[in-house]
Design a protein around this ligand. Sequence first.
Ligand code: F6P
Length: 515
Amino acid sequence: MPSFEQSAEFKALKHHRAGLAADLKGLFARRGVKTPHLYYDFSRQLVDETAVTLLLRLAEASGLRNKIKAMFNGEKINATEARAVLHVALRDPDRYPEVKEVLAKVKAFAAQNKFNNIVAIGIGGSYLGPEYLAEACAPFALPGKKLVFVANVDGTDFARKTAGLDPKETLVIVISKTFTTAETMKNAETAKAWLQERLGSDPAVVKEHMIAVSTAEAKVKAFGIDPANMFGFWDWVGGRYSATSAVGAVPLALYLGYDNFEQILKGAYWLDQHYLHAAFEENIPVLSALLDIWNINLMGYGTRALLPYSQGLGKLPAHTQQVEMESNGKLVDLEGKPVRFATGEVVFGEPGTNGQHSFYQLLHQGTQIIPADFIGFIKPQYPLGAATAESVTHHEELMTNFFAQPDALAFGKKDEYLPKNFPGNRPSSSLLLKELTPFTAGLLLAWTEHRAATKGFIWGINSFDQFGVELGKKLGVEHRNRIMEYHATGKLDQTGLNQSTAELLQAFLNGKLPN
Ligand code: F6P
């Protein structure tokens, strides 16, 4: 099969793009997909019917259908690590007994949990997805339950999140697939000391107050956590795709109750089935990925804004950032050859309307064009304010912006006075859902996962490994060793350090800025 950029379908797209007047005033047409749970509108993308047809052909020609099936069938599509990529199994417990068994254990544990404070320690994929879901589902939390996440090894994170917590009332969950991640292990050690200093050094304290989510039982045991209090998952669940495994199940079932966590699984399952079965022209993750490819590879727009008009989706941009950028920030194709086209995109975002008072200036009038995704809900999580002839509710006020901004970006407004001229022609898609619930939060999670994976399938790259994070970690370990040696000898061994790093590190160890 020819590579992405060598394929006849990509060449046809390039040819079409070259002759297309990329003007939204002419290209705007009502285009969208209606489903019972979400309405996806892409009327304001810089495409015409032919572009959409050619994109769909590109998807077919890339073997996307078979690649999706291969993922759902558990084939080892993560070739560099010889692993299956089966996070969809996590949402289908009736077909996967091992998933069912872990969920039953989580359910039973949550039912007898007596702790009101839950401190979840983990980073990256062992943090961002669960935090997104916890924020999105916060109104569904069990009465009296508090869930905090400690991710950063900066002691500020641990200190602030545990300030004021009663250790007697606190359960610490250490979440780490490998149980070796430096930041997580440091925070876990600090949590152990925090508990022991307050409740005593009897091993029963750790046994009662610390549990783990991991694939590494021996390491969990060596740390002092009772393996009976460990919730497992499998190497076929990638970190950033693990929010619906025990990684999310344990903290979220304790915080929201197991039934609400099950609703998250149901929402994700609904989207999984849509992805697996819907024709590509009605397939929301496939269409959104194809439009990303259009924007990245045909229009040259390498950044995307994710703009949820929902405070509850405040952590979705950060989670999406990891899913997209760790999955698709790749330099080589599946054969290990360098790619000659752009892969991945920079994703950023903030909930509306906050973003409007921050970075939207650049979206409207900046010299770079940044395609945007708007997400809105028909019903609010908190119905505040009255709908009268004189006033609108909070939610209506919020949603006026959800309707206004895409048109302002797309069509702009001419003004002779250039500082007030809005050029328009800035593409966006809008996603409208009924209400932010555990079900729809799970559905949006799966949309994010499948959208990123679809781009990787079409580009012919491996979206499921992350070797790019290793070099920095390795150099960090070397610095740790240098610092420990400095503790022992009072001297910094500068062997192998360049002058810049040597001076910065020396200043740090001296405790004062260089003259
Ligand atoms: O930073 C890279 C990474 O490996 C992520 O992919 C992963 O989710 C995270 O670190 C945490 O890993 P673990 O769950 O093993 O602690």
